[in-house]
Write a protein that binds this ligand. Structure first.
Ligand code: PDD
Length: 284
């Protein structure tokens, strides 16, 4: 049984409790982060902390744990669950209060929950075979830059993709791809240019995205941060996605049509290898 963290306590998962009045539960009034673990070490922890602070700030949520305290909790959970490879999930909600659309009174303590998940991140069969993607309408709210737990629509989108025989969904707004259900989306054009949507309120500013684009630039690859259309994706030479849980994940099919020759492309393969090597070096 895993040990999880709830509001200062380390408890067996079966004994962990939060209130039925928790705002995260009743209003999806909570933000989260997912940090990957390689060789028992945290990948880009500073990046995830930075984005957590931004999400909290955008929603005017008070949270008094420092980055060092958060690092300590992450490390203690990784150690007590003997996690070598996988994820640490962190969620902070606005706390528990009688159900009301008005925010709870100032001073209501946030609810902080962390748990680990074992996952094979390196030997991922999907990365070997390449993902099949189905495009679906992006019907989320327009503050996708805040990492809230409002994940019902992305979950529905992924299920819709699955029902079409695909592995994941890429969401489309006004004919342009925003991002994947839980990852950022990229194509490589016929000229070899890596294209991914520019940062705005319509996508999450991926921590993996930032590191992968840095790897690409170091490798002298050309990167364009701009929206791309579904049509452009259909004629791309390559495609891939990035996230803390998938790293760089090649795409070999979009809407039933092969991407390029329908096999994992060299740009995605190289970026995956270089990204993993870099993160292994910098993980803490
Ligand atoms: N999802 N876009 C969306 C909508 C996401 O949910 C995620 C992450 C990303 C990639 O962000 P990052 O590189 O920081 O992981 C982009 C996490 C992994 C999840 O919900 O499990």
């Amino acid at each position: 049984m895993r040990t999880v963290y709830v509001n200062g306590d380390y408890v067996p998962e079966g004994e962990a409790k939060i209130s039925v009045f928790d705002r995260g539960f009743l209003f999806a009034d909570a933000v989260y982060e997912v940090t990957s673990v390689l060789d028992g070490m945290l990948v880009d922890f500073a990046g995830h902390c930075g984005r957590l602070r931004r999400s909290l700030g955008e929603l005017n949520m008070t949270f008094d744990m420092s980055d060092d305290q958060l690092l300590d909790v992450h490390r203690r959970l990784v150690a007590s669950n003997d996690l070598r490879e996988g994820l640490v999930y962190l969620q902070v909600s606005r706390g528990a209060a009688d159900r009301d659309f008005i925010f709870p009174p100032e001073g209501t303590p946030p609810t902080t929950v962390l748990f680990t998940q074992t996952k094979a991140l390196i030997d991922n069969p999907l990365a070997e075979r390449g993902q099949k993607i189905a495009t679906v309408k992006d019907e989320r709210w327009t503050r996708c830059d805040i990492k809230t737990v409002q994940l019902l629509y992305p979950s529905l989108a992924k299920m819709e993709a699955r029902s079409k025989g695909a592995d994941d969904a890429w969401m489309v707004r006004d004919g342009l791809v925003t991002e994947g259900s839980s990852n950022n989306a990229y194509i490589v054009t016929a000229d070899g240019v890596i294209v991914t949507r520019d940062i705005s309120n319509l996508i999450l500013n991926g921590i993996t995205r930032r590191a992968v684009l840095e790897c690409a630039r170091k490798l002298q690859m050309t990167v364009e941060e701009r929206p791309f259309s579904v049509e452009e994706a259909h004629v791309a030479r390559e495609a891939f996605s990035t996230s803390a849980s998938g790293f760089v994940n090649p795409v070999v099919e979009i809407d039933g049509q092969p991407v390029g020759d329908g096999t994992v492309g060299p740009v995605a393969r190289q970026l995956r290898d270089v990204y993993i090597a870099e993160m292994r070096k910098s993980a803490i």
